[in-house]
Design a protein around this ligand. Structure first.
Ligand code: FAD
Ligand code: SIN
Length: 523
């Protein structure tokens, strides 16, 4: 089956949905996602979205905080643009029905998180992402120009390669004509021809054993673009959230928002030692890379599987009021956070790099945009400031929407794209061939490519991954395409990029710390 759309959007998170709502005034939009509309990283966001909204705060302070967190690798022009654009995008969110908490005076109730010099995080209790996701879904469902294709898995983007032409990493004229998309209900691959395509596939957390990301976060968009010979950057900068609830049998790991530390919670060892002051004068509210490394060190020194977050000294009613979801979750595990410390450990959380885009959200492939967590914009540099990613997603979706709307009328569908060819393929003999390999990738990445790295660990990870890569490619060519095998390929591809970029960075900077090069190189 061939479908034709002015705008193809792959991903139903903050980036994909806000883009769809904007471009829908200019043409027909296909919005596809691989499970239900709600299952996104966006939905799970707790802390909120950063923006200067009060008179005592300043754009310059938010810019400076972002640059400091980024450890020398942010693109200053991008940072300035995103920070200054934030209030307008917040208004747009509110116009779609998103409700941010207010204080008694009617102003926004602002939280503070690690690395921020002021209170500037707009939030909806401790479930900001769910509030955003649900409000946008309601607007999407009402829009006559947006057709939702849930349970549709994008397998590959379409380029000149599918017309039999030679496309290499040196080709500077690659164009995207849409995507092959697997309808998970009929199990058929449909051809979606599009004048423009937005990649908004989110994060990569599931290349690790422990992650705060939902199961959809398997790096699909990054892997698809890399295979299509597009440019990817900054993959070594994987952010580990310091405080995921320690509960080894749970996937994804439940997040204990950084806002709780902004509110007064303190990190302690199991025995009650407030260790953070030994690592950074900002204590528990130091930037995430510093806190995650400090926790990693304490866990190793003490032989513990977790450290603790102590909020018991704060007013119990206020704690319940500010963090109702966390309170309820911990109570279900038998922990009353107003009386007992919360066991926490770091978990893979966010990717700063991804598909390289310019300040119009254009990728290196024409007619293809990227926004949100799968994009590498230059905002985060070597480390993301908390709550800057929802902001980045909506600002870059807006940039992409403006550019795509300006281009769309001059573009045509590429009608010569052939249908997907599955001749000679059959169902895999055993699913265990896929599921076990996926587990192995997680173990390799968490063991060798985590918070602290070394040349030897990276080499070992590379060699182990290479075996899985070869096995999986052999399996892929003879198998009927399924979500499971595609995700495994994408996980392996994304893990490979993280390792390769980590090997190329011969210094420690931001989120990338290696014992072989503990210092920073001059910039
Ligand atoms: P997502 O919201 O992840 O959406 C990805 C979409 O892509 C999904 O619809 C998925 O189905 C689809 N998709 C993926 N692959 C395919 C495929 N092959 N085919 C079809 N569809 C596909 N950031 C903040 O700024 N503030 C916070 O407070 C905050 N808290 C967070 C808490 C948690 C627990 C997590 C996990 C993240 C948090 N983040 C936070 C990060 C932030 O939520 C994400 O970076 C952001 O929501 C990403 O949005 P997105 O639109 O790029 O992708
Ligand atoms: C959190 O609430 O701690 C997560 C915020 C973020 O990842 O930006």
């Amino acid at each position: 089956m061939v479908r034709r759309y002015d705008f193809l959007v792959i991903g139903s998170g903050m980036a994909g949905m806000s883009f769809a709502l904007k471009v829908a005034k200019k043409g027909k939009v296909a919005l596809c996602c691989k499970t239900g509309l709600e299952e996104t990283n966006t939905y799970y966001a707790q802390g909120g979205i950063a923006s200067v909204t009060k008179t005592t705060d300043q754009f310059d302070k938010h810019i400076e905080d972002t640059l400091i967190a980024g450890d020398g690798l942010c693109d200053r022009q991008v940072v300035e643009m995103v920070v200054r654009e934030a209030p307008e995008q917040i208004h747009e969110l509110i116009s779609w029905g998103v409700q941010f908490d207010k204080d008694e005076s009617g102003g926004f109730d602002l939280h503070k998180e690690g690395g921020h010099s002021d209170f500037r995080i707009l939030h909806h209790k401790d479930s900001t992402g769910a509030e955003i996701q649900q409000s946008l879904i309601e607007s999407i469902k009402k829009h006559p120009n947006i057709h939702v294709f849930d349970h549709h898995f994008a397998v590959e983007i379409l380029t000149q390669h599918h017309l039999g032409q030679n496309v290499t990493r040196h080709s500077d004229n690659i164009e995207c004509y849409g995507a092959y998309i697997l309808n998970l209900k009929t199990r058929h691959i449909e051809t979606f021809l599009a004048k423009t395509t937005l990649m908004a596939t989110g994060g990569i957390g599931n290349i690790y054993q422990t992650t705060t990301n939902p199961l959809i976060a398997t790096g699909d968009g990054i892997a698809m673009v890399y295979r299509a010979k597009g440019t990817v950057s900054g993959m070594e900068f994987v952010q580990f959230h310091p405080t995921a609830l320690f509960n080894p049998n749970e996937r994804p790991s439940f997040l204990i928002t950084e806002a709780m530390r902004g509110y007064g919670a303190v990190l302690k060892t199991k025995s009650g030692d407030c260790f953070m002051q030994r690592y950074d004068a900002r204590g528990s509210l130091a930037p995430r890379d510093i806190v995650a490394r400090a926790i990693d060190t304490e866990m190793k020194v003490n032989g513990d599987d977790y450290v603790c977050l102590d909020v018991t000294q704060e007013d119990a009613d206020k704690t319940r009021e500010h963090f109702p979801m966390i309170y309820k979750k911990c109570m279900e595990m038998g922990i009353d956070i107003t009386k007992e410390m919360i066991p926490v450990a770091p978990a893979a959380h966010f990717l700063c790099g991804g598909i390289k885009v310019d300040m119009h959200a254009r990728t290196s492939i024409r007619r293809l945009y990227a926004a949100g967590e799968c994009a590498s914009t230059g905002l985060h540099g070597a480390n993301r400031l908390a709550s800057n990613s929802l902001l980045e997603a909506i600002v870059y979706a807006d940039l992409a929407a403006k550019d795509a709307m300006a281009q769309v009328e001059s573009l045509k569908y590429e009608e010569r794209i052939p249908s997907w060819n599955d001749e000679g393929t059959r169902l895999p003999e055993e699913m265990v061939l896929i599921t076990q390999s996926q587990k192995e990738v997680g173990q390799i990445m968490s063991t060798y490519v985590g918070i602290v790295r070394s040349n030897l660990r990276l080499k070992r990870a590379f060699d182990r991954l290479d075996i899985l890569y070869k096995e999986t490619e052999r399996l892929f060519v003879r198998s009927v395409v399924s979500k499971e095998i595609c995700e495994l390929r994408n996980i392996i591809n994304t893990a490979y990029l993280v390792i390769k970029h980590a090997q190329e960075r011969k210094e420690s900077r931001g989120l990338h710390y290696t014992i072989d090069y503990p210092d920073k190189n001059p910039i």
